[in-house]
Design a protein. Structure first.
Length: 393
């Protein structure tokens, strides 16, 4: 699937940079064009792979390149005011060559959480291609203002995009880990999962052709209907044999009995599908009730098995209760792993979103109380000063 990626804000820009690195390393052909938008000049300068001409600094008249300081209302206002500057960079994208737009943003800060829904609305008004979002939720330890921003932005972003794929930092940050190191690993996890998902079907001339092709239309149909999506991932290593051939724990390594070997591969694939669906999702939730699902099995073609993929797909149908479960393989000859990636779209039972909204309501109440108290204190202070002052006349 060929994407026009737009990183909005600090987190969004860094993730787009990571996607470009992944594209170079794997030759996956996902990123047809990349743009980074920010109100902070330093964040744009820190990017390594986004082309200089596609780095857009907005809000210079308002914040002088210093960012919006986690004020997502200001972030939204600046995006509205400077939408023509963003469009100028998007005009360089060969839109006829892309399958969809993908806006990536952290939802806890100011620029990305405020501006990304504004951009999504703008793109949907102008283009016929789908507009998707990847929204990164802040950790619960990052502070009340970031939770409030995320709750507000989530509600707006999910309404403006054709589908919002969510990654929850809370489920991935390890205790005791430095913030910078933690985010670096999180970004790698995001790119690994979505890289395999969006890379499916992008076969170059002379490359491996899948038995059961997952192309961009399969992904688009799975994401159709809007709502929230989450992605699961599980992988198993393919080991090298000393003789130079491939020996896989995944395949079983039995060269004498093809029947046993095929059964082994089928069972291993089914096991990987279960691990991907029931393990750590990008947004933890109950998979029962997901409206649509897509299974992608990736790895060396000799270790992919159509029967295993079909069995995994049927298991997903039973677990989700959905009749819209698609599946196929994404052969990568030089891969050292067999991986299962599952896209669950239209998920409903998401405790983290409910918790986020509840915390945001409480945070808003606290903010209102503080404002009222501050106003009362100011009025009292002014009255005291009036009492102490001698009249001028």
């Amino acid at each position: 699937m060929k994407l026009a990626m737009i990183g909005f804000g600090q987190a969004g820009g860094k993730i787009v940079d990571k996607f470009l690195e992944y594209d170079e390393r794997t030759n996956s052909g996902i990123v047809r064009s990349a743009v980074a938008v920010n109100t902070a000049k330093a964040d744009l300068l820190g990017l390594e792979r986004v082309p200089q001409e596609n780095r857009v600094l907005i809000g210079q008249a308002r914040v002088k390149g210093h960012g919006v300081g986690a004020d997502n209302e200001l972030g939204a206002e600046i995006a509205e005011e400077d939408i023509d500057e963003i469009q100028g960079a998007i005009d360089n994208i060969p839109v006829h060559e892309v399958d969809a737009f993908l806006i990536i943003a952290g939802l806890g800060g100011g620029t990305g959480s405020g501006g990304s829904p504004v951009l999504a609305k703008h793109l949907k008004r102008i283009y016929t291609e789908p507009v998707y979002g990847i929204g990164v939720l802040p950790g619960s330890d990052e502070g009340g203002i970031y939770t409030l921003n995320a709750a507000r932005s989530f509600q707006t972003f999910v309404r403006e995009v054709d589908n919002l794929l969510v990654f929850d930092n809370d489920a991935w940050r390890k205790s005791g880990e430095s913030m910078e190191g933690g985010y670096e690993k999180i970004n790698e996890e995001i790119v690994k999962r979505f890289g395999i998902l969006f890379g499916a079907g992008e076969v170059e001339q002379g490359g491996e052709v899948a038995e059961s092709v997952v192309d961009s239309s399969e992904i688009i149909n799975t994401l159709a209907g809007g709502g929230v999506s989450t992605v699961g991932y599980a992988a198993e290593e393919v080991q090298q044999q000393k003789s130079g051939g491939l020996l896989s724990r995944f395949k079983g390594g039995n060269d004498h009995d093809d029947g046993i070997d095929a059964a082994n591969t089928t069972n291993r694939i089914t096991s990987l599908v279960r691990k991907a669906a029931l393990g750590r999702l990008t947004l933890p939730c109950e998979i029962d009730g997901a409206e649509r699902a897509l299974l992608v099995m990736s790895g060396p073609p000799e270790h992919l098995n159509r029967k295993g993929i079909e069995r995994g797909r049927k298991w997903l149908e039973e677990q989700t209760g959905s009749m819209e479960v698609r599946g196929g393989d994404y052969p990568v000859s030089d891969s050292g792993y067999v991986a299962s990636v599952i896209l669950l779209s239209g998920v409903h039972n998401v405790p983290r979103i409910k918790e986020l909204q509840q915390v945001a309501i409480e945070a808003q109440d606290n903010i209102d109380e503080i404002r009222d108290e501050s106003k009362a204190n100011l009025e009292e202070l002014v009255e005291d000063d009036d009492d102490e002052l001698d009249p001028l006349f």
